[in-house]
Design a protein around this ligand. Structure first.
Ligand code: FES
Length: 166
């Protein structure tokens, strides 16, 4: 039985055997669509890669003044400072460590986000008992990871805290 083609499917004179112009344009459309989706994926992964390679210090950080440099001495106790640039419940525990200098920990436990406190020799969460050392490392679970760090800097004798960086 002879294959019937609609008049619109007819290949023009001299067209190679096989594909009609509609089949070719469908194939071209599919190729372009796949290329477009591939391009989007490349952009998305490229963006993630750049984000990984681009240090947090290079991003625009919203700094908030939280005190003066002389409040934080090596060997001193961590101090909780309320911040507003992360919402009304924001805050950071700030301490000057001998090895690392000034560090700021997000005030929320890495288990289920309860605010924790400094208990004299470690950070302690009242909700489920997690504890962290002064470097933010978990010393008692269930917290699954160290305390989150926030950006911190000193300028002209003042201390500024930014958003979460790790
Ligand atoms: S929220 Fe801190 S231990 Fe669960």
């Amino acid at each position: 039985m002879a294959e019937h083609r609609h008049s619109g499917d007819e290949a023009p004179e001299g067209w190679p055997e096989g594909d009609t112009p509609q089949e070719i344009s469908r194939r071209r459309f599919m190729t372009m669509a796949i290329g477009f989706v591939g391009g989007l994926l490349a952009l998305a992964y490229g963006g993630l890669g750049l984000r990984f390679l681009w240090p947090a210090s290079q991003k625009s950080i919203q700094w908030e003044e939280v005190g003066t440099s002389d409040e934080f001495k090596v060997g001193g106790q961590p101090v909780l400072k309320v911040t507003h640039n992360q919402g009304s419940e924001g805050g950071a525990w700030i301490v000057r460590l001998k090895e690392e200098g000034l560090v700021a920990y997000d005030m929320h436990c890495t288990h289920l986000q309860c605010p924790y406190t400094w208990a004299g020799t470690s950070f302690a969460c009242p909700c489920h008992g997690s504890q962290f050392d002064i470097h933010g490392n978990v010393t008692h679970p269930p917290a699954p990871r160290p305390l989150r760090r926030r950006a911190i800097k000193e300028e002209n004798g003042k201390v500024y805290v930014g958003g979460i960086i790790s």
